[in-house]
Design a protein around this ligand. Structure first.
Ligand SMILES: Cc1cc2nc3c(=O)[nH]c(=O)nc-3n(C[C@H](O)[C@H](O)[C@H](O)COP(=O)(O)O)c2cc1C
Length: 199
């Protein structure tokens, strides 16, 4: 009997230690130190090119946020944009002001009710040219408090007080949701491209 208590105690201790490690890794935003966070790639427009876009992402620990950024980039390519897909610590993510982007999307994981610290820090210094269209995304396990752009943007991309940036579209993808479908609709909202039923 005593042995069972000892084993149960050891299992609980291991679970608590594992939980503390996961919380610490999330709090330190370790994903933003990965090679994905420091690199970028340029993806060609599909069909006639209509503009230039930058998609900045914090890959997170699992890389899921990169999957979402890639789906957003792919949808932008389908709409005629050449896309620079840039890790949040890459040069391409930092040098946006002189690169002539028509559109910039920023996103990453949410931890403890907020966007990852790398996303918060990126937004503190975020000052794109005035005519740039801006969108934001986040991933997480909890649905946002509402479905308006304002509510979602406040959680996934909190802008500092006094920021002149206007976020035109925002989405949060929660575990189990269809990344491609949500990303396509997000890009439609960002570009104002809606398909109307043919009578
Ligand atoms: C310590 C910790 C805190 C989290 N807090 C939230 C949260 O407040 N809201 C949310 O939607 N998801 C939260 N999540 C879930 C993560 O956002 C989700 O697992 C996401 O996929 C993180 O990506 P990653 O695992 O690639 O880092 C949390 C996850 C961890 C580990």
């Amino acid at each position: 009997m005593r042995k069972i208590f000892k084993i149960a105690g050891a299992i609980i201790a291991i679970l608590i230690i594992a939980l503390v490690i996961v919380f610490a890794l999330a709090a330190l935003d370790v994903g933003s130190y990965s090679s994905d966070a420091n690199s970028s790639q340029t993806l060609p427009a599909k069909g006639a090119m209509v503009g230039n876009a930058l998609v900045v992402f914090d890959p997170g620990m699992s890389g899921n946020a990169k999957n979402v950024a890639t789906a957003v980039a792919s949808s932008l390519q389908d709409n005629g944009y050449q896309v620079t897909l840039a890790g949040i610590k890459s040069q391409a993510a930092t040098n946006y002001s002189t690169s002539g982007y028509d559109l910039i999307v920023v996103g990453g994981p949410c931890y403890m009710g907020k966007a990852a610290s790398s996303v918060q820090n990126y937004l503190k210094a975020f000052n794109p040219p005035q005519n740039t269209t801006v969108g934001a995304f986040g991933i997480g396990s909890i649905q946002p408090d509402g479905n308006t752009t304002q509510v979602i943007a406040k959680e996934v991309a909190p802008l500092p007080n006094g920021s002149a940036v206007m976020i035109k579209a925002a989405m949060k993808i929660v575990s189990g949701e269809d990344i491609n479908e949500k990303s396509t609709n997000f890009v439609k909202e960002l570009l104002n491209v809606y398909s109307f039923p043919v009578p």
